[in-house]
Design a protein around this ligand. Structure first.
Ligand code: UN1
Length: 493
């Protein structure tokens, strides 16, 4: 059986615990590999290696560091199909989306490699004569990355690439469900020539390995994407140690459809946003706020098309919706559907675990649509992270904005309208970190900041130039070439 190991100081190694956990294909139940379960001991070793490696890495000129990132981009591109196949087998998303996700990592690698020759700071005039003032970015030190299973390579790329190009070293704990792709990504860094110790991979549960990372004095920052519950826990623990965190958590994203919106386009956007990746994106569409006058027509269009969403093993090119990650997730989704029915929402489509031929050993849930949902029902307020969407009737844009904004999360939102005034009003008033006009809630591009407001995050952003802020400190430098004592705020006034 294939074994997935830790990578510490440039060596692949087992954990001192001797324990392994099975990695399952969510579509077939097949055991793909056994992943080693690390303990605090491996985290200590990984941190030690990272600290030592970072000492010289920070002195390597950023354009030279970036050369390695270009090589990473090239290798990812070369191995795109192979990586996509691994992704689909391990995580379940359909193969087209697997390819798209690897592409997201390739894009990020090129983009961050470019930062090697930018990484702008500021030069500003000094108040004093013959004095020079500037601010530059410097690495934070050792970055602890904790990444989720739903975008196992894209999110890892959003975090590791800016961390490295800015001169940090990494200790990375991927999700236990998707360690195979994580190890492949590390192999690519290795093959690209990244010096040993700069990326270290450890495996295991959040409560053991994640905690050891958060509490380790040698880790200077934690960048985390995952559930709110875990994010809050990290925030508390890291906060007490005054450790920097970048937290990216849930979403309860809504598409608003106004009376004048293109209903065919909206229906396509809703189905893709709600059922792509089986609803397991932080950006997934889980609410539709539609004007009452066009609600029935939109529902008709959704029902006409939902049958085209073939459910099955994502490796089959004709399949449009894959499995959900594991059994407990499947049960949680089913529980929410029951709650929705008890709350009085009307089930329009789906609503159960798929059974029958081809579904026996996988975790398949039928794409599910609820309608006549009240904005404060639990299915309309809580993140389900599965293929379930709730239709809520609205009377106006103002009402849609109010409902959109009343949830605890603030990641993504969308509006379908042909009225430019209403579109701009929506862009201004929807309180999420990402807003789409005439497109669904998913599909963020890597060169723009990715993240959300309120319960979704803590103000930091992955992706885009904003991600440099997570991995760098600002250093302000003053050079006085006057040859005399110049007292700021005194001698110049
Ligand atoms: C996530 O679900 O956490 O915008 C990431 C999107 C993708 C990334 C999603 N580019 O849907």
């Amino acid at each position: 059986m294939k074994k997935v190991l830790n990578f510490i100081n440039g060596e692949w190694c087992e954990s001192s615990t001797g324990k392994y956990v099975s990695v399952l294909n969510p579509a077939t139940g097949e055991v793909l590999a056994e992943v080693t379960q690390s303990s605090k001991e491996e985290v200590d070793r990984a941190v030690e290696a990272a600290k030592a490696a970072q000492k010289s890495w920070r002195l390597v000129p950023a354009p030279e560091r970036a050369e390695i990132l270009y090589e990473v981009a090239f290798l990812l591109k070369q191995r795109k199909e192979e990586l996509a196949q691994i992704l689909t087998s391990e995580m379940g998303k359909v193969i087209d989306e697997g390819r798209g996700e690897v592409q997201e990592a390739i894009d990020m690698a090129y983009y961050m490699a470019g930062e090697g020759r930018r990484m702008f700071g500021d030069t500003v005039p000094s108040e004093l004569r013959n004095k020079f003032a500037m601010s530059v970015r410097v690495p934070v030190g050792v970055a602890g990355l904790i990444t989720p299973w739903n975008f196992p390579i894209a999110i890892a790329s959003w975090k590791s690439l800016p961390a490295l190009v800015t001169g940090n070293a990494i200790v990375w704990k991927p999700a236990t469900e998707t360690p195979i792709l994580a190890a492949e990504f590390v192999k690519i860094y290795e093959e690209a020539g990244l010096p040993k110790g700069l990326i270290n991979l450890v495996h295991g549960s959040g409560s053991v390995v994640g905690n050891a990372m958060v509490e380790h004095p040698g880790i200077d920052l934690i960048s985390f994407t995952g559930s709110n519950e875990v994010g809050k826990d990290i925030n508390g623990k890291a906060g007490a140690l005054l450790k920097r965190t970048s937290l990216e958590m849930g979403g309860k994203n809504a598409i608003t459809v106004l009376k004048d919106g293109d209903l065919d386009l909206a229906a396509e956007g809703i189905l893709w946003g709600a059922f792509g990746t089986s609803g397991q994106r932080c950006t997934a569409t889980s609410r539709v706020l539609v004007h009452v006058d066009v609600k029935e027509e939109l529902e008709g269009k959704l029902l006409d098309r939902i049958g085209e969403l073939k459910l099955g093993n994502g490796l089959d090119e004709t399949v449009k919706v894959g499995p959900v990650i594991n059994r407990s997730s499947l049960e949680r989704i089913d529980e929410y559907v029951k709650i929705g029915q008890e709350e009085g929402a009307k089930l329009l489509a789906g609503g159960k675990i798929a059974d029958g031929e081809g579904f026996e050993n996988g975790n398949f849930y039928l794409p599910t649509i609820f309608t006549d949902v009240k904005p404060d029902m639990r299915i309309a307020m809580e993140e389900i992270f599965g293929p379930v969407v709730s239709i809520i009737p609205i009377q106006s844009l103002e009402e849609a904005v109010e409902i959109n904004n009343k949830v605890e999360f603030g990641l993504s939102s969308a509006i379908y309208t042909k009225n430019i005034n209403q579109a701009f009003e929506a862009m201004r008033d929807l309180d999420t970190g990402i807003v789409y006009v005439n497109a669904g809630t998913t599909g963020a591009e890597i060169h723009l900041p990715f993240g959300g407001t309120k319960g979704t995050g803590n103000g930091h952003r992955d992706s885009g130039v904003a991600s440099l802020d997570v991995y760098t400190e600002w250093k302000s430098i003053y050079v006085d070439y006057s040859g005399k004592l110049q007292r700021a705020q005194i001698d110049n006034y």
